[in-house]
Design a protein around this ligand. Structure first.
Ligand code: ZN
Length: 408
C-alpha cells in the first residue's frame, strides 16, 4: 500500500516537474522583457526586408489594418535597444513606430502609402543560439489582395506562441485555385506621360490605360481567367512596383501595354517584346532604354537589389519563364497577322525592366507609334482599341489552352 502511494506520488511529482519545465520553456524564467538590440532594412519601393535582432527567440504575429495601410508585428514585452536610424522608414514604408502596447505586449507598426503584404515572416537562429533574427519581407500588393488579407486574419492567434520553424506567411496568389491570372499593365502614368501623339498630342499614358481596361475586361470574360490592372487610374508606378504587383497576385502572365514614339515618323505597326540581356536590334535597344527611363523621371534610384538574384533555382525558373514569354509573344504575333499592322520582325527582344519577373512570363506590347499619324489615329480610337484587345485576349487564351496545358 505504502509502496503504491509512493509510486503514485513519484509519478505525480515527475509530472509536475515536466509541467514546470514546459512552462519555463514557454515563459523564460527570468520574465525579463525581450531585448531587440539591432535592426536593418533593405529593398526598394516594391519590396522591403526588415531584420530585427533579439536576445531570445521572439514569439510574434502579423496583422493588417487599413486607413492608412499598416502591418502590425505583435511581440511579447520588448525593450527596443535599437538606434532610431536603424528603423527609419524606407522602401515601401513611410512610417515605422514601435513600443509597448499594453502590459507584457509590444508592437511594431509599419505604415505604407500603398497596400502591402508580408511575403515571408520567420525567426532565424544565429549560430550557437546566441541571438535570433526576425525576418519580415513585405511587398506591395493590389487593394484586392490587401482586403483578402484583412478578411483572412484572425486576431486570436496573437496570443499563441509562434512555433519554431513556422511556415512562412505567403500571400494569396492566383495559382492556388487554378485560376489563370493575368496582370495587365498600362505603361507610364502620373508624372510619366510617355510618348505624345504627332497630331492630337494625346499622351501615351491615357492610350495605354484605355487599352488595358478593354483588355482586362475581355480577359475576364474567358473561362478560368482573371485579369487585373496594375494601375487603374492616372498614377505613377515604378517598373519594379509593376513587376511586384504581378508577383504578389501570383500572376501567370504580365502584359505591359505601350504606344511609343520614334524619330523615324514613317515607321508604324505593332511590336511584341520579350526580355533579353542583348537587344535584338538598335530599335529595340533604344525603345527599352526609353521605357526604362520611366523610373528616372520620378527620381527613383536603385538600391539594395534583393539577394535572391544569385539563386540558381531562380535562374532555372527564369529560363523556363523566358520560354513561356516567347511562346506568348509568338501567339500574339500570329493572332495579329492580317488583322493588325505589324512592323517587320514583329517579335523583338531587349532589356526592358518591366519584364524582369523571374517567375511570371511577361511581354511588352507596343501597339503602334504615336509618332506616326496613321497609327495615332488608330491608337486613340476606342473601336480599334477594343478590337485589338479582343485579339490579344484570343492569343492569351490560345497560349493558356495549348502551351500551358501541354508544358506548364
Ligand atoms: Zn511606353
Amino acid at each position: 500500500m505504502l509502496r503504491l502511494l509512493t509510486e503514485r506520488f513519484l509519478r505525480l511529482a515527475a509530472g509536475a516537474i515536466v509541467a514546470v519545465l514546459c512552462l519555463s520553456a514557454v515563459t523564460p524564467a527570468s520574465a525579463a522583457p525581450l531585448l531587440a538590440f539591432g535592426a536593418r532594412m533593405a529593398g526598394d519601393d516594391a519590396r522591403t526586408r526588415l531584420i530585427i535582432d533579439f536576445d531570445r527567440r521572439p514569439e510574434f504575429s502579423v496583422h493588417y489594418v487599413a486607413n492608412p495601410y499598416r502591418v502590425l508585428i505583435d511581440l511579447p514585452e520588448t525593450d527596443f535597444g535599437i538606434k532610431a536610424e536603424e528603423l527609419e522608414a524606407r522602401g515601401i514604408f513611410s512610417d515605422i513606430r514601435y513600443g509597448t502596447m499594453a502590459a507584457g505586449r509590444s508592437r511594431i507598426v509599419l505604415t505604407a502609402p500603398r497596400p502591402v503584404g508580408v511575403v515571408l515572416a520567420e525567426v532565424q537562429e544565429e549560430q550557437g543560439g546566441t541571438s535570433y533574427r526576425l525576418v519580415i519581407d513585405a511587398a506591395i500588393v493590389t487593394d484586392q489582395v490587401f482586403q483578402g488579407q484583412m478578411e483572412k486574419q484572425s486576431w486570436q492567434e496573437a496570443s499563441l506562441p509562434a512555433a519554431a520553424g513556422e511556415t512562412p506567411i505567403m500571400l494569396p496568389g492566383g495559382r492556388t485555385d487554378g485560376t489563370f491570372v493575368v496582370a495587365v499593365d498600362a505603361g507610364h502614368g502620373g508624372i510619366d506621360n510617355g510618348a505624345r501623339g504627332a497630331v492630337t498630342k494625346t499622351e501615351e499614358k491615357h492610350v495605354t490605360l484605355a487599352f488595358a481596361r478593354h483588355l482586362a475586361e475581355t480577359l475576364n470574360t474567358l473561362p478560368g481567367t482573371r485579369a487585373f490592372l496594375t494601375r487603374e487610374k492616372d498614377e505613377f508606378l515604378s517598373l519594379s512596383q509593376r513587376v511586384q504587383l504581378a508577383r504578389s497576385e501570383g500572376a501567370n502572365l504580365l502584359i505591359s501595354i505601350h504606344a511609343d514614339t520614334l524619330k523615324q515618323k514613317d515607321i508604324r505597326g505593332a511590336t511584341v517584346y520579350t526580355i533579353s540581356d542583348k537587344a535584338s536590334d538598335s530599335l529595340a535597344a533604344s525603345l527599352a532604354e526609353r521605357e526604362n527611363l520611366s523610373d528616372q523621371i520620378a527620381g527613383i534610384s536603385f538600391v539594395d537589389e534583393p539577394a535572391e538574384v544569385a539563386d540558381i533555382l531562380l535562374d532555372l525558373t527564369r529560363r523556363e519563364t523566358q520560354a513561356f514569354s516567347i511562346n506568348l509573344a509568338q501567339s500574339v504575333v500570329n493572332t495579329f497577322k492580317n488583322e493588325v499592322m505589324l512592323i517587320n520582325n514583329p517579335h523583338r527582344h531587349a532589356g526592358f525592366r518591366v519584364l524582369t519577373a523571374p517567375d511570371v512570363p511577361s511581354i511588352l506590347l507596343e501597339l503602334g507609334f504615336m509618332s506616326n499619324k496613321e497609327d495615332e489615329q488608330l491608337l486613340i480610337d476606342p473601336a480599334w482599341q477594343k478590337k485589338v484587345a479582343g485579339l490579344v485576349a484570343k492569343a492569351v487564351d490560345e497560349y493558356r489552352t495549348t502551351v500551358v496545358a501541354n508544358g506548364g
